[in-house]
Design a protein around this ligand. Structure first.
Ligand SMILES: N[C@@H](CCC(=O)N[C@@H](CS)C(=O)NCC(=O)O)C(=O)O
Length: 231
């Protein structure tokens, strides 16, 4: 039986969809209408009590999965794909996956939903001003890792779920929240990262994932909003 991915265009599910397409496994995609706040409906909260996307239902698991990194790790392990296969690289794989999830994506969430983290307009503006350089510092750290080992992908020579997660974070940074984003010009100082993003944007599986979510144009640098954007 196939996986079911609950999604909204260009939400965190995009990373999971890229992974599913890269792995080449069958899945059904069910849209959760964020315009109607369906992610907070009682039916959806049974799948993810946080009311967040993505959720992946795996018929072989006793409960649906939530948390992007958990889903990515599950898929990579189940299919022995999009991760380094040698046991000695397991730690390296986990540390970068968790860094992307716990630090990069977590900071991005504060940028996207600042009003949930700060009490009033002044505090929101102050937090946002602090977060932009923080996020760029994360990209600088990642650029340093790419430059250090000289491989195309974050873990070296092999594409992994980490690259998909990283690329989506860079994409979102330039789009959300509308009116207060980090411009593509800030990425020019990250040549290794730009090479990774360019290589990823040329992969058929990645392009299929974007097309399925109604996203045209450049994928990761100076990207466009989805045709049916909700955020
Ligand atoms: N920590 C979560 C974050 C997921 C997340 O931020 N999802 C956003 C979309 S990108 C969402 O569902 N937002 C809807 C809402 O907050 O109501 C994960 O990694 O899956």
């Amino acid at each position: 039986m196939a996986y079911t991915l609950f999604y909204s265009p260009d939400s965190a599910n995009l990373v999971v969809r890229m992974a599913l397409e890269e792995i080449g496994v069958a899945y059904e995609a069910l849209e959760v209408d964020r315009r109607q706040n369906v992610q907070r409906s009682p039916a959806f909260l049974k799948f993810n009590p946080q009311g967040l996307l993505p959720v992946l239902a795996d018929p072989a698991q006793d409960e649906p999965l939530f948390e992007t990194a958990a889903i990515l790790l599950h898929l990579a392990d189940q299919h022995a794909a999009l991760k380094p296969l040698h046991p000695s690289a397991r730690g390296r794989f986990l540390k970068w996956l968790f860094y992307l999830s716990n630090t990069v994506h977590a900071d991005l969430r504060m940028l996207f939903y600042t009003e949930r983290y700060a009490a009033d307009a002044g505090a929101i503006a102050a937090l946002r001003a602090h977060l932009h350089p923080r996020v760029l510092a994360h990209l600088s750290l990642l650029e340093g890792e790419l430059a250090r080992h000289g491989g195309l992908w974050l873990l070296g020579g092999e594409l992994s779920v980490c690259d998909l997660y990283l690329a989506a974070c860079v994409r979102w940074l330039q789009l959300y929240p509308r009116g207060d984003t980090v411009g593509a010009q800030h990425l020019r100082v990250f040549p290794c990262l730009l090479t990774l993003l360019q290589a990823l944007s040329q992969r058929e599986a990645v392009r299929r994932a974007f097309a399925a979510e109604g996203i045209d144009g450049p994928l990761f640098v100076s990207p466009d909003y989805p045709r049916n954007a909700v955020v």
